[in-house]
Design a binder for this molecule. Structure first.
Ligand code: NAD
Ligand code: MG
Length: 401
């Protein structure tokens, strides 16, 4: 029996997936890749299978699964290829898997991430959308099934590092926390004149000043919807009321977030902006591992700046706070409408500034309910997608000009 920890990476071909494999390769004596998954990029997953030799590979798209199976067979590789949502859930819950990296982008990540929690795994959570959609359900599954939840999102990983381990059982008040200070760079349009935002292109929106990420989260960073989703994520992960979470713009992305205590102390986690640090932290916790990230050189750091976010520039951030305060299925509606709007912007069907309008429209159109079951949440998600697509169809038809 191998004593190495078995790992499934959901979304292994993405930005977080690739960074995870980089860290794992540095510690092949400790970890073993059991399963890799992708949406429909057959070539990328095929190449990863050659290098990392997983027992399973899953393509969410069934046609792609057939093509991957053929390629692996011709190459003489004994990898079992699974397909679709069922395949993703299966590899998230395999008995030989100890840790699951949840790095699928968007709502598609919810069910397999939930399956990992229900199987009592250590869940390394990058897929913030799962928690935004189904926070209470997801946290209950973690508790009921004895899963370990380690945040990968750099801000939440930083906050986790600045909290005492007892926060999860005792609550933030008992451990003396006053506020959580969630930092964000402000993205590529922090100082762009507001009237120029009308005409920004997908390439400009995806050119983040400090982080290299997938296209969806890059656009979310440019609208600051990403920070809004992270406020909701922090609410569920840390049991923090919305008024206790403050967003602080910090353009250099050296401080990854902070926790302020009642006695006036503020603890911060610092490091170069490279996701391999939170990934290594979550893999090793409560110990530490090398990550390949260059160490900070304080003598080269010019200055660290901070400012308050401007809701007029970043209406999506405001919408996310509103959705969190409204509760129930409102965050799921916000998330789904945002996914549709971001894709439409990337496809050049709508303007950058339309993203907030689409989300606001969906929040107004779709009835909110208490988020009591997965069925209710998935229904809210589906309805929000319809509402968002209606707005976009009308826009493309010229009625929102
Ligand atoms: P990405 O677009 O680079 O990769 C997404 C991965 O998910 C790919 O492997 C893709 O094949 C897979 N995928 C996409 N659609 C799918 C579907 N419908 N079904 C199954 N698989 C699908 O995204 P990313 O930047 O790696 O982000 C992944 C997640 O991590 C997101 O939730 C993001 O918010 C979060 N995150 C990313 C970063 C970062 O630095 N990239 C930082 C913090 C949090
Ligand atoms: Mg983040």
């Amino acid at each position: 029996m191998s004593r190495r920890i078995g790992i499934t990476i959901l979304g292994s071909t993405g930005s977080i997936g690739v960074s995870t494999l980089d860290v794992l390769q540095r510690h092949a004596d400790r970890f073993r890749v059991i399963a890799l998954t992708a949406h429909r990029d057959v070539e990328a997953l095929f190449q990863q299978c050659l290098i990392h030799e997983p027992a399973y590979a899953v393509m969410a798209d069934p046609n792609s699964a057939g093509r991957l199976r053929d390629r692996l067979q011709s190459a003489g590789r004994p990898v079992e290829v699974l397909a679709g949502a069922a395949g993703l859930e299966q590899v998230a819950a395999l008995p030989e898997v100890g840790y699951v990296m949840a790095a699928i982008v968007g709502a598609a990540g919810l069910l397999p991430t939930l399956a990992a929690a229900q199987a009592g795994k250590r869940v390394l959570l990058a897929n913030k959308e799962a928690l935004v959609m189904a926070g209470p359900l997801f946290m209950a599954a973690v508790r009921e099934h004895g899963a370990e939840l380690l945040p990968i999102d750099s801000e939440h990983n930083a906050i986790f590092q600045c909290l005492p381990p007892t926060f999860a059982t005792e609550g933030l008040d008992a451990v003396g926390v006053r506020r959580i200070l969630l930092t964000g760079s402000g993205g590529p349009f922090r100082v762009t004149p507001l009237d120029q935002l009308l005409d920004v292109t997908p390439e400009q929106a995806c050119a983040h000043p400090n982080w290299r990420m997938g296209r969806k989260i890059s656009v979310d960073s440019a609208t600051m919807m990403n920070k809004g989703l992270e406020v909701i994520e922090a609410h569920w992960l840390f049991g923090a009321a919305p008024e206790r979470i403050e967003v602080v713009i910090h353009p250099q992305s050296v401080i990854h977030s902070m926790v302020e205590y009642q006695d006036g102390s503020v603890l911060a986690q610092l490091g170069n902006p490279d996701m391999r640090t939170p990934i290594a932290h979550a893999l090793a916790w409560p110990r530490r591992l090398t990550s390949g990230v260059p160490f900070l050189d304080f003598t080269q750091m010019a200055k660290l700046e901070f400012q308050a976010p401007d809701f007029a520039r970043f209406p999506c951030l405001k919408l996310a706070f509103t959705a969190l305060e409204e509760g129930g299925t409102a965050p799921a509606i916000l998330n789904a409408a945002n996914e549709i709007a971001v894709q439409a912007f990337l496809d050049q069907k709508i303007r950058f500034t339309d993203i907030a309008a689409v989300v606001q429209y969906a929040l107004e159109q779709v009835n909110r309910h208490a988020a009591t079951s997965l069925a209710v949440i998935l229904d809210a998600d589906a309805q929000a997608r319809v509402a968002a697509n209606n707005w976009i169809a009308a826009r493309v038809g010229g009625r929102h000009e």
